[in-house]
Unconditional design. Structure first.
Length: 202
């Protein structure tokens, strides 16, 4: 049976905050039965040592001199076949667990290709996802939703991974390629859910 959701987290030299992040991942696994994997990009500050002590071998790997997109791709390859949905969560970013529980129930009935919500930067700053009705006409510009925390159907990554040559905007490039393929094939099914709420590291 596939995992309903697998969270891919990447890190680099995050020794001061990685333990709290691992606890959040373990809480998500305990309360919501989600899966997770942490990919370290070659930390030299003790992050690797903390992770080897905190996580099972199957939940952690280290890639030396890795870009974020190479790390994401590694995580995707490791979990895609066993996962229904994949999300990406940076160290220091966290879900509202109660809300995520409700969101997972909501997507069970409709199985969208991409389910997204809002990202909270601070008490006064929030990034809202583009309304679903405008997704069909989106074709360029900034990402229409915050990548962190968005739930992507694992099937979207079959033969469509992130371009590891990019240093930034690789997620935008991936979504644009997905939209170009969408125009030739079946339209993507998007779902906006207020219960997908991610709090981003200040």
């Amino acid at each position: 049976m596939k995992n309903r959701l697998t969270i891919v987290s990447t890190c680099l030299n995050e020794s001061s905050s990685i333990q709290a992040h691992v606890k959040h991942l373990k809480d998500l696994a305990h309360f919501l039965s989600v899966n997770y994997i942490v990919v370290d990009g070659g930390s030299l500050d003790g992050t690797h040592e903390i992770l080897t002590k905190s996580l099972l071998h199957s939940k952690y790997c280290q890639l030396h001199h890795s870009s974020i997109y190479r790390a994401w791709n590694h995580g995707i390859r490791a979990v895609a076949e066993q996962s229904q949905y994949i999300s990406f969560l940076g160290v220091g970013d966290y879900y509202d667990i109660d809300r995520l529980s409700k969101a997972l129930v909501a997507i069970d009935s409709s199985l969208p290709d991409i389910a997204y919500g809002d990202a909270i930067f601070s008490s006064t700053k929030k990034s809202k996802g583009l309304p679903v009705e405008r997704m069909a006409t989106w074709h360029w510009g900034r990402l229409p939703f915050c990548h962190s925390g968005t739930l992507f159907s694992a099937s979207l990554f079959h033969n469509n991974l992130f371009n590891e040559e990019y240093k930034i905007a690789g997620d935008l490039d991936w979504l644009l390629r997905l939209h170009n393929a969408e125009r030739k094939n079946t339209a993507l099914n998007y779902m906006y859910l207020e219960d997908i709420r991610v709090y981003l590291k200040p």
